[in-house]
Each structure stands twice: as C-alpha cells, then as structure tokens.
Design a protein around this ligand. Structure first.
Ligand code: FAD
Length: 354
C-alpha cells in the first residue's frame, strides 16, 4: 500500500525523535519509520553496565530534560531507553516501529521510501539510521582461522558470559576501554586489552559536558573565521568514566600493542610468543548505515555522504542526522542532535513552502 507524507524520517532513535520534535514545530506532516520493534534506538542493545558519559541534564533532547536517575550521576542505558520511550509518547510522535526501509528512490517531485511494510511517497526525507546496525570488523591477519568465539561491541552483554575464559579486547576507543574494564573488574575473566596505538585517556575531570563545551567552542571559532581550536580529538580519546577509572587505578587496564596475528587457538605476538585465547571482542567501531540511500547515487568518501550542514549535496530533499560530526558538531550525541535537527526541519519547511 502506498501512503503520502510531507516528510519521511527513517530511524526512530534519538536523532529521529529530535527530528520529529522540530518537524512538529514547523507544522509539517511526517512519519517516523523505525526498524526496531521497541523505542530506544541503539540504547536498548548496549551492554548491561554501560552508563552515559554525561549527567542526565546534559544528555537531553529538545523540549524535555532527561530526569536524573536516582543514585546515579551518569545514567545507565536502560534509563535512556525509558527517557526516549517517554519522549516518543509525550510528544505523540508518529513512529512506526518494526518498519525497515530498504530503499529510497527519486520519482519526479517525490522521494519514494520503500519499506518492508509499505511504501511512502514523501516530499522530503530525513535519514537518521545511526551506525549500530553496521559494525566494522578489520581484516586482521589470522581472523578467519581463529576457532574461538569472535564478537563485536554490538554482541557484548556482560562478563558472566565469559566466566573462566581468556578474552582479548581489541580497540583503543571508548567501547574498547569500557568493555576491557568491565571484564577486568570481574575476577572470573582473564582479559588482555590490545590497541593499535597507546590509549589516550582524557583527564579525569573531563566528561561529556566538557566535551560538548569544547565541540561548541570549536564550532563557534570555525563559524566566526577564528583559528581551529582543535576540538575534542585534541584532548584524548577515552573518557575516564567511573568503571574505567576504577580498573585503571587498580592496575587492571594496561593496554598491549596489537597481536601480530590470530592463530587457530589464540594470538601470536611480535617476537613469536603465543597466548591461548577463548574469545576476541572487536571494539573496532561502526560505519554509517546508509545502504537504503544507495539508489540515490550520492555516496561520498569512506562510506559517508557529502553534506552542507545536514542537507545531502546533490539531493536537497534529503537530510542526514546523527551519524557523526560530518552531519553537525556532536550530532551523534543526545545533547548535540537538537541543533542540527532544528536546522534540518527549518530547511525542509522552507523548501516545501517555497
Ligand atoms: P541509533 O540510536 O542507532 O538509532 C537509529 C535507529 O534507526 C534505530 O532505532 C534503528 O532501528 C533504526 N534504523 C536503522 N536502519 C534502519 C532502516 N534501514 N530503516 C528503518 N529504521 C532503521 N552519546 C551521548 O550523548 N552520551 C553517551 O554517553 C554516549 N555513549 C555511547 C556509548 C556507546 C558504546 C555508543 C556506541 C554510543 C554512545 N553515544 C553516546 C553516541 C550516541 O548517542 C548513540 O550512538 C545513539 O544511539 C545515536 O543515536 P541515533 O538516533 O543517531 O542512532
């Protein structure tokens, strides 16, 4: 069945909901199509011990502050899911859960959104599909011959799943450090953390609040033609959230350089020594989930798309939200997505009225 709408938003995580909030304010007719059966986007799939790197009031979408989680400065992932569930209801956002978009095509003055449950003809599209559904695994030597368990960040849940096992965690970003810390703090797991480059911890007093301030200062500097302040990346990579700090301070979180290759039952290191390994957790990042946009032929370098702000270059009816800084500073964070969502809704309203 074909339905008509002014704007189709693809993805109902935080970015899609923020888009919905601002499309409503612009008085536009829209639908949000979301592949997940339940609200919460990627937050409903994160590991048990994950906590935000910012306090609740610094992790809010437009219009409604995230309430504090009793007893926790940094709310847990479940709390974020509850907040997003409430947000969706409170603003009566028209989210169709369990609807996966397979393709977006041009058809004259409309964009045709083909989903597994139906077709929507829209005047504009906002894609907000995140990256959780596109885990990236590097082509590491020996990976195909290793007979132990291999999983990605997206499959990791809790240390109890590895009781009595030797586990290698690969990756020097926040996921790698947090999962290595989670495992290292469990006495029943033997964990080795490996990183390609020595890990760069941010100073302990820097959390998501400060990172957002740094990103904002950089945006202001660039907007006003001042010299680049260097942004967040110049400070370090790993936020020293409480479990990471605890494991690090207990001497349990020391990174080794990458292994030379995996073998059938373990890892061989430069110099020839060998460790038997039961499982490898690849915390090696994500790519933007953009395959549904392939028919539009807009792909840019490294799996990204070229954009001016949130607007796709080459298709003014398409906006991209979330994903990473390339769609707006801190666009892939709870507090940061509000501003690009507002800009996208404004631009679409202007386009449709002109
Ligand atoms: P997602 O939450 O991934 O939502 C995308 C939605 O799109 C999903 O519901 C999915 O079902 C749907 N979808 C995907 N493909 C399709 C399709 N083809 N058709 C229809 N629907 C589709 N940010 C913070 O602000 N603070 C933090 O502390 C923080 N910690 C993080 C920790 C980790 C480990 C990770 C991975 C990220 C963290 N982030 C944090 C970053 C960011 O806030 C999250 O990644 C967030 O989930 C991104 O929201 P999103 O809406 O862009 O994408």
């Amino acid at each position: 069945m074909t339905q008509h709408t002014e704007v189709a938003v693809i993805g109902g995580g935080q970015a899609g909901l923020a888009a919905g909030y601002h499309l409503r304010r612009q008085g536009l007719d829209f639908v949000i199509l979301d592949a997940d059966a339940a609200p919460g986007g990627a937050w409903q799939h994160l590991w048990d011990s994950l906590h935000l790197f910012s306090p609740a009031e610094h992790s809010s979408l437009p219009g409604r502050l995230m309430p504090a989680q009793p007893g926790q400065t940094y709310p847990g992932a479940r709390h974020v899911v509850d907040y997003l569930t409430d947000y969706e209801k409170r603003y009566d956002l028209p989210v169709r859960h369990g609807t996966r978009v397979e393709a977006v095509r041009r058809d004259g003055s409309r964009l045709v959104v083909e989903a597994d449950t139906g077709i929507w003809r829209a005047k504009a599209v906002i894609s907000a599909t995140g990256s959780w559904s596109r885990p990236f695994l590097p082509a590491a030597p020996g990976r195909p011959v290793f007979t132990g368990r291999q999983l990605h960040t997206v499959n990791y849940r809790r240390p109890a799943d590895f009781a009595g096992q030797r586990v290698v965690v690969v990756g020097g970003g926040n996921s790698g450090a947090q999962i290595a810390a989670d495992l290292a703090l469990d006495e029943h797991v033997e964990v080795t953390w490996v990183t390609q480059h020595p890990p760069r911890f941010l100073p302990d007093d820097i959390d998501g609040r400060a990172l957002f301030d740094v990103a904002t200062a950089r945006r202001r500097a660039l907007d006003t033609g001042s010299s680049d302040t260097g942004g967040v990346a110049s400070l370090g990579d790993i936020v020293a959230v409480p479990p990471v700090r605890a494991a690090r301070d207990a001497g349990l979180l020391t990174a080794k350089p990458m292994f030379a290759r995996l073998t059938a039952d373990g890892a061989r290191w430069d110099g020839g020594s060998h460790t038997t390994v039961d499982a490898v957790v690849w915390c090696t990042g994500f790519r933007p989930a953009l395959s549904h946009l392939a028919p539009l032929n807009l792909r840019g370098p490294r799996g990204h798309m070229l954009t001016d702000g949130t607007r796709a270059r080459g298709e003014p009816r398409l906006h991209l939200l979330g994903y990473g800084d390339w769609t707006g500073p801190a666009s892939a964070t709870l507090i940061g997505v509000g501003r690009p969502a507002r800009d996208a809704a404004r631009e679409i309203a202007h386009l449709l009225r002109s």
